[in-house]
Design a protein around this ligand. Sequence first.
Ligand code: MD3
Ligand code: FE
Length: 208
Amino acid sequence: MFERPAREPIAPGAVWLHGFALADAGALLADVQLALQQAPLRHLVTPGGYRMSVAMSNCGPLGWCSDERGYRYAAQDPQSGRPWPSMPHSFMSLASRAAAAAGYADFTPDACLINRYEPGARLTLHQDRDERDHRQPIVSVSLGLPAVFLFGGPRRSDRAHRLPLQHGDVVVWGGPSRLAYHGIQALAHGTHTLTGPCRYNLTFRCAG
Ligand code: MD3
Ligand code: FE
């Protein structure tokens, strides 16, 4: 039988850690729900005036925000005026272990974006460039329904690869991959034992 390798390099600086978060998934999802009680999911509006199909919230010292005025990181939830929920220990531990497994020691993120995809939700090709230090990697954790991840190159026109991300997969994006174009195809219908009809993605970043 062919098995998925535990640690799969996908591009210079990018490593796919198959199932790395499986043992922690229940604890991570319980902490997702606790954070969302304090900072509920919402559909942000892009600077161009479009409502995003992905519902988002944040935890940690800084949270990613978007509105008609632009994209930015902010220490307070603009919806409540309060600080974002603190980063759960389960999140910080998983993110730093995954970064270390991918070759990035001492990863200490100050922002975790919580994305929730329902069927049909998608993220069009974009770069993550609102962070101050692009030398730090990004760690992303997939939970619940599977999704097709699109991974391109440094230019929007670069041909994109399709990666089927599953529950428990972690991908670490650093080095030359840090500014690659990427996106998520429209989520297919389904039901997952732990999340029901949705996919959650946790994205850990050093933003400030
Ligand atoms: C590759 N989220 O929130 S995570 C995002 O599944 C975002 O919710 C997707 O893209 C999601 O910005 C993908 C994987 C990811 C995150 C950042 C990257 C891949 C990346 C930055 C550079 C290259
Ligand atoms: Fe992104």
